[in-house]
Design a binder for this molecule. Structure first.
Ligand SMILES: Cc1cc2nc3c(=O)[nH]c(=O)nc-3n(C[C@H](O)[C@H](O)[C@H](O)COP(=O)(O)OP(=O)(O)OC[C@H]3O[C@@H](n4cnc5c(N)ncnc54)[C@H](O)[C@@H]3O)c2cc1C
Length: 346
């Protein structure tokens, strides 16, 4: 029998928590919460049902599951059906998006076509406070466009969506740990979650930053006093974290420096391309003016094919050499597993 104390000992106390929010969003007694940037806290009653433990993608057992998927040559990008270079065909979407609006276009398509009733996305207020949001239509989805490199526990609101009787099917957009947690949910006894979560849209991700990136790093590393409301977006280009302000001024911080502000739990992630998703999207390995799109399931492939045929996505010629960058980054991230092995011997 496991409970939150096992999770605390195995994951939280060892700084391995990915912050996906699955434990918070699945606790039937709503006893787990995030207060700040670090680990969940327990404040309530525990029935020792073991749900929180069973959905965590960072428990020893589940890291073992992840490890077992690391292929021998450590170069695979995980199971897939097709790989594309693609971008949205809608210029208005591209203008708002981080890259070329593939994720926003997929969300628009699946909500318009009623493939799902709602989508889990991430949005921010003007002060760069990031939070998860349940989008029901394109006007909600528009608020989520662009990547917030700042962490938020995406799945912490999951129970709210799953228990909502007006929602029968849900899509989730998230980074690899969120996709891993959805896989754990699928394997757990939580039947309703399994029934309702119909589509996983995974983003490529090396690491995610804590909110102090804004409050501390910009002051310390850039020696700037920037009001968060002036930040238009973050981007990662040529191994630099780029901070772009609303007046188009740009500042750059080497990724090695920015990495000091990443969540510690990211060190235990061996997945760059969101291997447990239906559709994965990222910049790495894409030709100019496109994003890399990987379909991994029949459902994911059918959606992308429909969108291409319907003129909602434009594709370019796929080039193995260009794509190999995604494989190289993926390989590098998989080698991080050594960190975990070292930790095991502590
Ligand atoms: C934390 C993070 C790190 C990333 N790191 C890399 C990387 O190293 N290399 C790479 O090639 N690609 C990375 N990506 C993915 C990449 O930046 C783009 O998201 C991807 O190319 C899709 O672009 P788009 O124009 O289709 O997205 P858009 O159409 O702009 O949609 C963006 C989507 O991302 C979701 N989102 C935004 N912020 C978050 C967040 N904090 N957590 C979960 N979901 C979020 C939004 O809900 C929205 O649905 C990262 C994404 C995130 C969120």
């Amino acid at each position: 029998m496991t409970d939150y104390t096992d999770l605390k000992r195995e994951v939280w106390d060892r700084d391995m928590c990915s912050g996906c929010g699955a434990c918070v969003g699945s606790c039937p007694l709503e006893a787990l919460h995030f207060r700040g940037d670090d680990n969940p806290v327990f404040d309530g009653l525990c029935s020792k049902c073991g749900t929180c433990y069973s959905v965590c993608p960072r428990t020893e057992r589940d890291v073992a599951v992840a490890v077992s998927r690391v292929p021998e040559n450590k170069e695979s990008i995980g199971p897939y059906r097709e790989r594309y270079f693609a971008r949205s065909s809608d210029f208005q979407i591209i203008k708002r998006a981080q890259g070329f609006g593939v994720v926003t276009s997929v969300l628009k398509h699946i909500l318009d076509e009623k493939i799902v009733d709602a989508a889990f996305v991430v949005t921010s207020d003007i002060f760069m406070n990031i939070h998860p949001m349940i989008a029901r239509d394109f006007s909600d989805v528009k608020k989520s466009a662009r990547v917030k490199y700042i962490w938020t526990p995406v799945l912490s609101k999951l129970r709210e969506a799953v228990l909502d009787e007006s929602i029968e099917s849900i899509a989730v957009v998230g980074v690899p740990c969120v996709m891993q947690a959805l896989e754990m949910l699928d394997r757990s006894k939580l039947g309703l979650y399994k029934k309702k979560i119909k589509l996983r849209i995974g983003l490529f991700c090396w690491e995610i930053f804590r909110h102090i990136l804004i409050s501390e790093m910009i002051h310390k590393e850039l020696q700037l006093d920037i009001d968060p409301s002036r930040i238009w977006m973050f981007d990662i280009r040529h191994r630099k974290l780029v901070v772009e302000l609303t007046d188009s001024t740009e500042y750059q911080i080497p990724l090695e420096t920015a990495s000091r502000y990443a969540r510690k739990g990211c060190n235990y992630c061996v997945d760059f391309t969101s291997e447990w998703s239906d559709i994965s999207v990222g910049n790495a390995g894409a030709a100019k003016d496109f994003l890399t799109v990987i379909t991994r399931t029949e459902r994911g492939e059918a959606i992308i094919q429909d969108m291409i045929k319907g003129g909602k996505l434009v594709t370019g010629e796929f080039d193995e050499t260009v794509f190999s960058l995604a494989e190289r980054v993926n390989k590098k991230k998989k080698l991080r597993i050594k960190n975990f092995e070292v930790r095991e011997k502590d």
